[in-house]
Design a binder for this molecule. Sequence first.
Ligand code: GDP
Length: 449
Amino acid sequence: MFESLSEKLSGIFEGLTRRGALSADDVNASMREVRRALLEADVSLEVVRTFVEKVRERAVGADVVKSVTPGQMVIKIVNDVLIDTLGDTADPISLDAAPPVAIMMVGLQGAGKTTTTAKIAKRLKDRHKSKVLMASLDVKRPAAQEQLAILGRQVGVDTLPIVAGQSPVQIARRAEEAARLQGYDVVMFDTAGRTHIDEPLMAEMAEIKTAARPHEILLVADALTGQDAVNLAKSFNERVGITGIVLTRIDGDGRGGAALSMRSVTGKPIKLIGTGEKMDALEDFHPQRIANRILGMGDIVSLVERAAETIDAKEAMKIAEKMKKGKFDLDDLSNQLAQMEKLGGLGGIMGMLPGMGKMKDQLAAAGMNDGMIKRQRAIISSMTKLERRNPDILKNSRKKRIAAGSGTKVEELNRLLKQHRQMADMMKMMGGAGAKRGALGKMASMFGM
Ligand code: GDP
């Protein structure tokens, strides 16, 4: 997400922080670079102008040139202006209306509308315990209604039974009535898309809006289309009126132009972002966290949240108990590796930790990747219970047997043992006063570096 923009900005700021003192010329030069980086990221010209102007103003006001750490000061200001531009605070979907709360999804074909409808329904069911009914109003594409029904079954959310020959407005009315009579909390309308905006599409949306009286109208737009997505949101807002935007395919978006321009150009908030094809690849849009990601500061908060959702709390407690007692055996390591895989593997975790973007490349160069995690788990599962509890008994013949059994090499087993020893030592240290090392150092030693 936003890798290319992030890389450029980090490069610019690296140059700044390395200097002891900054002159006005330094700041001006780096602002020119920031401007170029934003334009290359396909951020709208108007937004870039305002952005750079705001940074310059604040930089002058903050007396950057005389500040003790001027480089950091500039980064802080850029960070603040980024957050401003992205919309300041998170703006989640509102359910603040009499049930059934109607949510209407609009957008072009292929933007991810149907997928996002199901993702949102799943999230409302899981997190808000809402009873959700979904209805597809797409009567143009023959398989559209069936596609939503399939996704509905997959995520365990009801869809309105399909009745052939009805118009979108008729389906909308039927859905609203069914939701009301059957006590649903939320009813979601997945509307038809087109390959481009045209008058009949807009007219149909306006008509559905009148019939469905939605509390939220969410435009689903593909982040990869950059400024087109922004213009699309503008048109939809002017013609139909939208309450928010869901930006999909953020996972493939290195540039971030749409995300950065959307709020300023349309005046509407990005409420959610789609981060993959899976049904749980949907995240709240937190301007602060996104700004941190763009500036290469990682996103610890999101990582922690994801961890809280995926990690088995009981298992984690058990491991924590053992750690306290200084007993961290290979079974525990294997469990931890499994949790890492669940969190999206090494790559997924690293991308969210501050300063880890570069570290990821270094790790990959050293042969540390998700394949390694799998092999390490295979090695551990080839050991006997006794060996897992007491790795000290592993001498040559046992090692050869384990390597053969797991299809790996003895060197790899040795590396794993060393890593385990270091982790166990670190656990002890973390309990005591020795826990003064930075996150990077701790992380590095966990991977045997
Ligand atoms: P619709 O025509 O707007 O309803 O689009 P669909 O919901 O059918 O989605 C089109 C394709 O985009 C599907 O293959 C989805 O899996 C994919 N897709 C949707 N959202 C995302 C996302 O956030 N990331 C990625 N990588 N793919 C997505």
